[in-house]
Structures are given as structure tokens and as C-alpha cells.
Design a protein around this ligand. Structure first.
Ligand code: AMP
Ligand code: GLY
Length: 429
């Protein structure tokens, strides 16, 4: 199947969250795999890969390790190593890396860059303007009225976006982002956008620079509280596929958003290779692009990997080697769902080092896969080390059955310092 003819692959996954556990879990089932490493990994990844204590942003150390072990494929989980040039450093060292160059990763790193690319490619998106001057930004807000969306232009760990319901709220966001620099240098400029109304969907396409292959869609739950209330988080749960996203919508998104973007990036001399994550609003007028990310979503990836029937390793290699045009992916039509268990206090401050028990009982629930996000092993115990700690994922004949299985597994976990939302997939049930 591969022109490269490689049959035995050594793979290094970069990252240590739930997404990376799901990727390692899927890769570990590949008949092409000889050995899997993960840097830095976590207590769950430890079961399927050898964990190496290298941080995901230490590009020189990652490249040195990959060279030393003669790694055939480096897989970037999070965006930070990519925006820091992991793929470029791998290419310079003669290593294969799944993930875009730093130049192509600007699709996630800079909101105004994404808007420029979208406009040049004719991709439907919210009307927008970019400002470096707070007074000009305020004048624009007053002229447009509310609701209106204010975004720090740079990377702000997903926290630099204010969906303002009033002009006063939008102006306060300008003060926070541009004047008080609550997100640091990311607030040197802002993007102000029309507020889109509809259902938000995360859609993933595998790209090899020239060809894009649709993967699947998922719906994330970004707010910490039930009924989508409270502060934003990295994501408290997800399910796939979302009922609003049928095959016709997928084909539209491929034709109107993904393929034009890929063509525009190639035209600019910065072809996109890796997974293109389109954050979409499905509005009454059709799909609109909210943002791109240059990696799998977390926790969307966990839901997707449960449904992937094809060999993930073969797919990632095809993307790296420009061979997606004669590749296809098979998906389990049954729905999947993931419930994130987080440390009490998240996304604010929370305790670390608390013990988690009952993981084996949870994993024994039929249809369930337990993914670790922020865990470590300490004196024979699994302890929480992060905000988002576990992702309890399940498939089932129906979404309700998948959800029942996931919550049965949640209930088997003995972790008094943890919590989860009880209403994951409520929009679809
Ligand atoms: P972003 O970091 O661009 O994904 O924005 C974070 C969240 O803000 C998104 O997931 C949406 O829920 C919301 N959002 C961003 N842009 C818009 C928009 N133009 N209209 C409505 N909601 C938006
Ligand atoms: N769950 C949303 C993200 O990964 O950005």
C-alpha cells in the first residue's frame, strides 16, 4: 500500500493528555507498529507506549530522541510543538512528522491569518475586522452593536474569546485584552466578529498538502457546568456523530471550507499536512467557519478514535507521504461519547496528587474505554496531576446506550476530588 514500502514502524507520539492517550491506543492496534513511545505520556498511556520524560515543547530534545531511536513517524498531539516548528525540525533532520509546518500551523496560531486565508479562498465565515488601536476597536463595536465577538489575535490557550451580549461587555473585553493584556502579547491586536447563531460542530479532515479526506464530526461541551453554563474549559465531553451533521453537510463543508482552504495554503507555498480541525457553526444559512485548529480536538479525538475502523497508523503515513488520494477511512456507524472527569475547582484552581481508584472496574463496563488525561503513577497508585484528568469513552448501539455505559463506568470510579458533567450529548438526546 505504501510507496515507501515500510512495514515495521517505530512511532513517537508527542503530548500527554486524553487526546494523546486515544491516539496511542489507536496506534497500538496497528499491524504496522513495532514500537510506540510517547513524550511525556501519562499513567494510562504507560499501558500502551513507553513514556519518555521530554516536554512537548522541547523541540531539540524531541528531535534528538527521534533520531537516536530511528523513529519512522513523529505524531504531534497538541498545537504548541507545531507552532514552535516541530514538523520543520523533523523535516530538517530527515524525520517524518504528522502535523503541519510552523507556517501552515498559523491557521491556529493567528486568528487574523485564518480570516485572510478564508477570505482569499471564499470560505464562508463571520464578517470581521482587525484592530491594533483600542479606540478604533471601540468605535467599530459601537457602530456594529451587540451581540458581537471579541478575540485576542494570538494564541491565548482558548481563553481569548468574548462573545459579548452588549456593547459595554465588548468594550470591557477591549480593555482587558488590549490595555490590561490579560492574555499577554496575544492581545496586541484583536479580531472583532459578527456573532454567528446555530449549533457548533467540530469537523476533522486528514490532509496531505493536496488532498483532504473527511474524517468525522463531533460536538464538544465547552462550558464547565450542566446545561452549558459557567466558564469555558478545554472541553468537558463530546460525542460523535452529531445529528445536525449529516452526509450532505459533510460534503458541503468539504467543498466550501476544507478543500478551498487546502488549495489556498498550497498556493501560498505553505501546504497543509496533518489534521485540519474546523470549528463550525451550522447556521440556518449553512455551515460557517469559526476557527481552524491544526490538531485533533481534545476530547473530540477520544470519541473519534472509538469509531475509527481503519488503521490510524496507515492513515497518518498516507497523509505524511502525500498518498491520501487513494486512501479511504472506515467508520463505525454506531455513536460514541466521552465524559471528561476533572479535578474539583477546574477550570480554576484545583488540588493535585489525589488518588483515583476503581479504574479497572470502569474499564470492565462493556463498550467502555478509559482514557487518561492528567494522571501519573505514584507508589503503585494512579493520581490526578491536571485539571482534566480522565475521559470515559463508550460506544453503543444508540447514543443513549453509549451514554449509559459511560456513566456506569464513571460511577465505578472512586475519586472524591473529581467531578463530571452529567448531561453530555444532551443536545442530541
Ligand atoms: P474560538 O477560540 O475562535 O474557537 O472561539 C471560542 C468559542 O467562542 C467558540 O467555540 C464559539 O463558541 C464562540 N465563538 C467564536 N467566534 C464566534 C462567532 N463569530 N459567533 C459566535 N460564537 C463564536
Ligand atoms: N475541544 C476543543 C479543542 O480541542 O480545541
Amino acid at each position: 500500500m505504501f510507496r515507501s514500502g515500510v512495514r515495521r514502524m517505530k512511532v513517537l507520539v508527542v503530548g500527554g493528555g486524553g487526546r494523546e492517550h486515544a491516539l496511542c491506543w489507536a496506534l497500538s492496534g496497528s499491524p504496522l507498529l513495532t514500537k510506540l513511545w510517547c513524550a511525556p505520556g501519562n499513567a494510562g498511556i504507560f499501558d500502551v507506549a513507553e513514556c519518555v520524560p521530554i516536554g512537548p515543547e522541547d523541540i531539540p530534545a524531541l528531535v534528538a530522541f527521534a533520531r537516536e531511536k530511528a523513529i519512522d513517524l513523529v505524531v504531534a498531539g497538541p498545537e504548541a510543538p507545531l507552532t514552535l516548528g516541530l514538523a520543520d525540525a523533523c523535516a530538517a533532520a530527515g524525520l517524518r512528522c504528522f502535523g503541519p509546518s510552523a507556517a501552515a500551523a498559523r491557521l491556529e496560531g493567528s486568528k487574523s491569518f485564518t480570516k485572510e486565508v478564508a477570505d482569499a479562498a471564499g470560505v464562508p465565515t463571520a464578517a470581521w475586522a482587525r484592530f491594533e488601536d483600542p479606540a478604533a476597536a471601540r468605535a467599530y463595536i459601537r457602530a456594529q452593536g451587540a451581540p458581537i465577538v471579541v478575540k485576542a489575535d494570538g494564541l491565548a490557550a482558548g481563553k481569548g474569546v468574548v462573545v459579548a451580549q452588549s456593547v459595554a461587555e465588548a468594550e470591557a473585553a477591549i480593555a482587558d485584552i488590549m490595555e490590561d493584556r490579560v492574555h499577554g502579547a496575544a492581545g496586541a491586536s484583536v479580531v472583532i466578529e459578527e456573532c454567528l447563531v446555530g449549533q457548533e460542530v467540530s469537523f476533522f479532515a486528514l490532509c496531505d498538502g493536496g488532498t483532504a479526506l473527511p474524517m468525522a464530526a463531533a460536538q464538544d461541551h465547552k462550558r464547565v457546568g450542566e446545561g452549558d453554563t459557567g466558564p469555558n474549559t478545554g472541553g468537558m465531553g463530546a460525542y460523535s456523530p452529531p445529528p445536525v451533521f449529516d452526509d450532505a453537510m459533510r460534503d458541503r463543508v468539504m467543498a466550501e471550507i476544507i478543500r478551498p482552504t487546502l488549495a489556498e495554503m498550497a498556493k501560498r507555498g505553505t501546504p497543509f499536512r496533518g489534521v485540519l480541525f474546523a470549528g463550525l457553526m451550522v447556521t440556518d444559512a449553512g455551515p460557517r467557519l469559526i476557527e481552524f485548529n491544526v490538531r485533533f480536538g481534545d476530547p473530540e479525538c477520544q470519541a473519534l478514535m472509538l469509531r475509527l475502523r481503519s488503521d490510524l497508523l496507515a492513515a497518518l503515513l498516507a497523509a505524511c507521504d502525500g498518498e491520501l488520494h487513494d486512501f479511504d477511512l472506515r467508520w463505525d456507524p454506531r455513536p460514541s461519547l466521552v465524559v471528561v472527569m476533572a479535578a474539583r475547582g477546574y477550570p480554576g484552581t484545583y488540588a493535585k496528587g489525589t488518588a483515583i481508584r476503581g479504574l479497572d472496574a470502569a474499564a470492565a463496563v462493556p463498550g467502555v474505554q478509559v482514557f487518561h488525561a492528567g494522571t501519573a503513577r505514584r507508589e503503585g497508585e494512579v493520581v490526578a496531576t491536571g485539571g482534566r484528568v480522565l475521559g470515559i469513552a463508550a460506544t453503543g448501539g444508540t447514543l443513549q446506550a453509549a451514554r449509559d455505559a459511560a456513566y456506569a463506568a464513571v460511577d465505578a470510579i472512586d475519586w472524591p476530588e473529581g467531578f463530571c458533567r452529567r448531561d453530555i450529548a444532551h443536545r442530541a438526546l
